[in-house]
Design a protein around this ligand. Structure first.
Ligand code: PLP
Length: 376
C-alpha cells in the first residue's frame, strides 16, 4: 500500500531540483561554502539590498509584522491603497489591485475572469502561473506557438465565442524575448477579446523609464488590456499587482479568491516596494541596468546566446547533463548561473539563464565575458 514515503515516483538525478540554502549579500551569493557572483537573480535593479529600500521596510516593521487578516476582513492598510494609486498613475492605468505574489495574482485573476464558457488563447511559453490560472478557471484553453500571432489569429477566427481572452507573458522568463504587445492588442480589438499581459520581467527593466513592455508599445491603459506585474523582481521586494480599468479592479475586489481568502501583504513589504518605486522613477538604477546589459551583449556577441534585449540572457545548451556541467564550470570560476532544465523549459532545451543587474560592476561583467569566451 502506498504511504507518504513512496507516493511520488523518484526523480532522475539530472532532473532533480535542489534547494540550496544560500546567503545573499548584494550581488554575491554564498553557495556550498563558496562566495560566487550572482548572475541568476531577478533583482534586476539591485534594489533587494538597497539601503533606502531596506530602511523603508524597517520603518514599517517598527509598528507590525503580519497584517493579521485578509484585506476584506481587517488586514487592509492605507499604505496598500497609496501604493496602488501610485502604481496606477505611473503605469498609466485607472486602477490597481495588490495581490500576494505574481503566482497568486495570475491564478486568482484568470479564475475570476474566466469560466466554463470562456475561451483562453495563450502563448505556449507562458509562465506556469498563467497556465495554472487557466486550468483552475475551467475555461477552454487554446495554445498558440510561441510569439506566433498568425496562428493566434487563425484560432480566434475558428473560435468565435463571446467571451475570449488572449494571455501572454510580456517578457518571457526563460527566453528573455518579448511578446508583440501591440499586435496582440490589435487582434484583441479586431476579434473583440480581452488581453492579459504579465510583464513581471519588463516593468523596471524595459524602456528609459523602466515602464515596461506595454508603455513601449504605447498601449498601457487601454480598456481591453489587463496588466500584471510583481514586486519580486525589479522592485527587489515581494508581492504583485494587477492594473486595469476602475470597473475591472472593482470586479476583482469582489471575485479574486487569492485576494479575498488570503492574508494581506505585510506593510513592511509594501513600504519596501513604495521606496523601490520612487527609486525606479528617479531613473538612475534603470540607466545603470541598461549600461550593464549593453556591455554584456557586446562582449558575448557571436558566442551563441539566444536573441534577447532584456536582462534575461539565455545560452541554449541542449542536454541536461551538458547544462549542469557548464554551470559547474562557471561556479568553479566564481559565477553563479544554475542550469535551467525541463520541465521548466521544453525537453532538449536545457540552458544557462544569465541575468544582468544594475548591481553588477563592469569588472564582474568583463571577467564573465572573458571566461565565456574561453569556455565556448
Ligand atoms: C512571467 C512571470 N509571471 C509571474 C511570476 C511569479 O511572480 P512571483 O515570483 O511574484 O510569484 C514569475 C516569476 O517567476 C514570472 O516569471
Amino acid at each position: 500500500m502506498p504511504d507518504s514515503r513512496n507516493w511520488f515516483d523518484p526523480v532522475p538525478e539530472h532532473r532533480r531540483r535542489r534547494l540550496s540554502a544560500s546567503r545573499r549579500d548584494g550581488i554575491h551569493i554564498d553557495v556550498d561554502g563558496r562566495r560566487l557572483i550572482n548572475f541568476a537573480s531577478n533583482d534586476y535593479l539591485g534594489l533587494s539590498c538597497d539601503e533606502a529600500v531596506c530602511m523603508g521596510a524597517r520603518g514599517a516593521l517598527a509598528e507590525s509584522v503580519g497584517s493579521g487578516a485578509s484585506r476584506l476582513v481587517s488586514g487592509d492598510d492605507p499604505m496598500l491603497h497609496r501604493l496602488e494609486s501610485k502604481l496606477a498613475a505611473w503605469k498609466g492605468y485607472e486602477a490597481c489591485l495588490i495581490a500576494g505574489s505574481g503566482m497568486l495574482a495570475n491564478i486568482g485573476l484568470l479564475q475570476a475572469l474566466a469560466g466554463r464558457h470562456t475561451h483562453l488563447f495563450a502563448d505556449r511559453l507562458n509562465h506556469a502561473s498563467l497556465v495554472d490560472g487557466s486550468r483552475l478557471s475551467g475555461a477552454f484553453s487554446h495554445r498558440f506557438r510561441h510569439l506566433d500571432t498568425r496562428q493566434l489569429q487563425e484560432q480566434l477566427m475558428q473560435q468565435p465565442a463571446k467571451r475570449r481572452i488572449i494571455i501572454s507573458d510580456g517578457v518571457f522568463s526563460m527566453d528573455g524575448d518579448c511578446a508583440d504587445a501591440g499586435a496582440l492588442l490589435a487582434l484583441a480589438e479586431i476579434h473583440d477579446t480581452l488581453l492579459v499581459i504579465d510583464d513581471a520581467h519588463g516593468t523596471g527593466t524595459l524602456g528609459e523609464e523602466g515602464l515596461g513592455l506595454t508603455a513601449l508599445h504605447g498601449i498601457a491603459g487601454h480598456p481591453r488590456l489587463i496588466e500584471v506585474g510583481t514586486f519580486g523582481k525589479a522592485f527587489g521586494s515581494y508581492g504583485a499587482y494587477i492594473l486595469g480599468t476602475n470597473e475591472l479592479i472593482e470586479g476583482l475586489r469582489q471575485r479574486q479568491r487569492t485576494v479575498i481568502y488570503s492574508t494581506a501583504l505585510p506593510v513592511a513589504l509594501i513600504a519596501a516596494s513604495e521606496t523601490a518605486l520612487a527609486l525606479i522613477q528617479r531613473g538612475e538604477p534603470v540607466r545603470r541596468l541598461h549600461a550593464r546589459l549593453t556591455r554584456f551583449k557586446a562582449g558575448v556577441a557571436g558566442l551563441g546566446f539566444m536573441a534577447s534585449d532584456t536582462p534575461i540572457q539565455p545560452l541554449l545548451i541542449g542536454s541536461d547533463e551538458q547544462a549542469l556541467a557548464m554551470a559547474a564550470k562557471l561556479a568553479d570560476a566564481g559565477f553563479f548561473v544554475p542550469a535551467i532544465r525541463p520541465p521548466t523549459v521544453p525537453d532538449g532545451t536545457a540552458r544557462l539563464r544569465f541575468t544582468l543587474s544594475a548591481a553588477h560592476t563592469d569588472e564582474q561583467i568583463d571577467s564573465l565575458i572573458d571566461l565565456l569566451k574561453a569556455l565556448l
